[in-house]
Design a protein around this ligand. Structure first.
Ligand SMILES: [Zn+2]
Length: 309
């Protein structure tokens, strides 16, 4: 059993300005957490540059070029609401795509059992050709497509426990029966999608919305009754986790009341399904999480669980 940790210092150079919740300190606290002794056995890799082929399996070239051209030489450029670019943005998103690809490759080649990619900006709001909600390229979708195209995975399950619905991931796989997308999220909340009636063209989208102020019990019930049985039945060759930690009760953006133990619990449940169905293959990608202490504790618990520690 071994766990890969992927990051790159250039993801700190995506500068979103002083008042933006999605900021470089998020990855700084995670990196500092993983310097602890308990993480000695983590295998670490620096994310390589963009894999263009892996990226364009999800996002069309014209959109990729639109993002690249929007990068300013200095200062900030606001491409859309909550989508800010700075001179370091391209390097950051390029390496975050590279990081996801290396994680999928190492897991699918069984060089490691599972992987956690701690890069930013996050990805699950990014649609096929639309940046929104801090996101440019959909990292979970790139992971799923990489596993299929380069490693022969037939079915991939993406499970998303971020407090927000992953509208981008849902849009990308709406008409694709080879990918199951399953999400718990506060509802209603940004981005407004994620009602339980949204099920995809082939019933491979599973939304389990939670009301404001829902806590551990409702989260675990939604996962146990609505999501985990569907993931198990789908028999995926890889489980991708959209690991957002903004459903923690300390988070300033979300209004769910999850505890660190809930993230440990769901990580374990997903690992058990992966053990039975996917030879343990799990690739987890950082999404949201905006209280730095909660983020560090949740990410620590998540990765300790992945390590079997
Ligand atoms: Zn979020």
């Amino acid at each position: 059993m071994s766990t890969l940790f992927v990051s790159h210092p250039c993801c700190l150079d995506h500068d979103t300005g002083p008042a933006f919740p999605e900021r470089a300190d998020r990855v700084r606290v995670i990196e500092r957490t993983f310097e602890g002794e308990i993480f000695q056995l983590l295998q670490r890799e620096c994310a390589p540059e963009l894999d263009y082929g892996a990226l364009t399996r999800v996002h069309p070239e014209s959109y990729v070029e639109q993002i690249r051209k929007a990068v300013p030489e200095e200062g900030y450029f606001e491409l859309a609401d909550d989508v800010v670019l700075s001179p370091g943005t391209w390097e950051a998103i390029s390496h975050s795509v590279g990081g996801v690809v290396v994680a999928v490759d190492e897991v699918m080649r069984r060089k490691v059992t599972n992987a956690f990619v701690a890069m930013r900006p996050p990805g699950h709001h990014a649609e096929t050709a639309r940046a929104m909600g801090f996101c440019f390229f959909n990292l979970a979708a790139i992971a799923a497509r990489r596993a299929q195209a380069a490693h022969g995975a037939e079915r991939v399950a993406i499970v998303d426990f971020d407090v927000h619905h992953g509208n981008g991931t849902q849009e990308i796989f709406w008409s694709d029966k080879s990918v199951l997308y399953a999400s718990t999220h506060q509802f209603p909340l940004y981005p407004g999608t994620g009602a339980s009636e949204e099920r995809g063209a082939y019933d491979t989208i599973v939304n389990a919305p939670l009301p404001e102020n829902a806590g551990s019990r409702m989260f675990r019930e939604a996962m146990s009754e609505k999501i985990l049985p569907r993931v198990e039945a789908f028999a995926p060759d890889l489980v991708v986790i959209s690991a957002g930690f903004d459903a923690h009760r300390f988070d300033p953006i979300g209004a769910l009341h999850l505890e660190v133990a809930d993230f440990t619990w769901i990580t374990n449940e997903l690992m058990e399904i992966a053990d039975r169905r996917a030879k343990g293959a799990v690739v987890s990608v950082l999404e949201g999480g905006y209280d730095l202490i909660a983020l560090s504790r949740c990410a620590s618990a998540h990765v300790q669980t992945l390590m079997g520690a």
